[in-house]
Design a protein around this ligand. Sequence first.
Ligand SMILES: NC(=O)c1ccc[n+]([C@@H]2O[C@H](COP(=O)([O-])OP(=O)(O)OC[C@H]3O[C@@H](n4cnc5c(N)ncnc54)[C@H](OP(=O)(O)O)[C@@H]3O)[C@@H](O)[C@H]2O)c1
Length: 240
Amino acid sequence: MKELLRPSQEPASAVDIAAAYAWPEGTWTRAMMLTTLDGAIAGTDGLSGSISSATDRLIFSEVRRLADAVLVGAGTIRAERYNPMKARNEYQEARAAAGLQPAPVVVIVSGSLDLPWQDPLFHESAQQPIVLTHHHESSSSELRLAQAHADVQQIPDLEARTIIGAVHARGLSRIVCEGGPTLLTLMGAADLIDEYDITLAPILAGNGHGIVDGPLGEITRLRLAQAITDEGFVFAKYVR
Ligand SMILES: NC(=O)c1ccc[n+]([C@@H]2O[C@H](COP(=O)([O-])OP(=O)(O)OC[C@H]3O[C@@H](n4cnc5c(N)ncnc54)[C@H](OP(=O)(O)O)[C@@H]3O)[C@@H](O)[C@H]2O)c1
């Protein structure tokens, strides 16, 4: 059945964002990505904030509010310089009721271990960031530097299934994969993303960096579970 989405006359505040982005029971991996109409994942400054909106940021925070883990590629950490994952008082009751730690833990996938170790993310987060990497010689200076700032787990065959397996093995079930395109391509190609929360920004950026960087193998068709519109943005939820 075709449905014509019309821009809502109601402000986004009329939509119950918490209910719309509630976490399902059990293990669940959702991807959160923002794209312009021409598929760009960042503005001319190389950052996604410049193509975002207030409601986009609200949904992003809401998904993190009751997440166990924020899974992200090293490229995004190097570009976006994430703030620390701190426990917020107003979230504690709901997190405790869901059996969650006071704040989500960031899980970074990096082969090179070239990360901005001095950033507050690594020193002021409620939980020490986890870095998943491939095997490094124990004498390597990169490894020793990383181990001084993060909980480093070496996985010899570092690929999508072993990455998700390592996160689950730590008891982390609610995973929000915040990209970037390289990591999302890896996870998507292995069909390990249960839900794609894609924000379509009413912008043409013209810089040619799309949300998926390479072929995914088989074409996967997803079901549109929900769409919210606000100020020309479309907030779409696609599930397998
Ligand atoms: N619009 C959005 O929603 C959104 C979301 C996130 C990011 N972004 C943007 O995306 C850009 C970054 O994208 P990106 O694709 O370069 O970054 P990315 O996917 O965040 O990170 C890529 C890095 O992840 C590591 N990695 C991924 N798979 C690996 C594997 N199997 N084994 C070892 N390491 C692996 C590598 O790190 P090493 O290089 O350390 O080995 C690789 O260089 C930035 O401009 C950021 O602003 C946009």
